[in-house]
Design a protein around this ligand. Sequence first.
Ligand SMILES: N[C@@H](CCC(=O)N[C@@H](CS)C(=O)NCC(=O)O)C(=O)O
Length: 235
Amino acid sequence: MASTLKVYHLPGAWGLPTVSPFCLKLDAWLRMTGIEHESVTVATPFAGPKGKAPWIEQDGQKLGDSTFIIAHLAERFGVDPDAHLTPAQRGLAVAIQRLIDENLYWTMVHDRWMNDANWQQFRDVVLGGLAVPLRRVLGPIARRGVKKQLEGHGMGIHGAAEIAAIGRRDVNALSDILGEQDWFFGAEPSSTDAVVYAQLVNIWRAPFESEVRRAIGQTPNLVAFIDRFAARYYP
Ligand SMILES: N[C@@H](CCC(=O)N[C@@H](CS)C(=O)NCC(=O)O)C(=O)O
């Protein structure tokens, strides 16, 4: 018999089970599919097989990366919340996921970590699982590491106003794709809704001033979408 599926994620705040959009994406997808598991909160992502959160462990095997994990679990448990999608919608689902995971996410990282006022608050959230003296030492080191990641990705070479414009454009694109629909692909939720919710709610619910957060506030259909998803999967 298979051992319990363990899902490792970073700590939560602001009423969210985790402040990591990738961890929340997986958590939301697990809620959507009803796969039984044990959630384990970790203070740092370093024990994961890729040094990032989330990761899972079952039968002595670890697997990292939310997208690989979801593909693995869908096959292992024979579930597919995307079964109703047309080929064109499947293509669009990949494009939306890339927009969020590979672009919009990095605007949020910039706003949380590089904006001084936001960082004063966020450091105690993101390092909240560590003892206070360790937090004080690790905070600046972690911040320098994230700055390097941002530059390596490419987002970090832009100025704050440019990053805001990039994020605003992503948010408006998502709003245009959703339009009047309840879910990104019509009347039934799919994995894309978990991807979008996890990222948007992490910007929307965080008490940080940012242009991207303001952009979400100016798209009533996305705000309604966040509330709809939360009401259905996080009542
Ligand atoms: N592609 C990965 C990205 C995971 C990721 O970047 N997780 C962040 C937390 S939101 C992390 O663990 N960062 C730690 C680090 O980069 O040192 C996924 O989809 O799971």
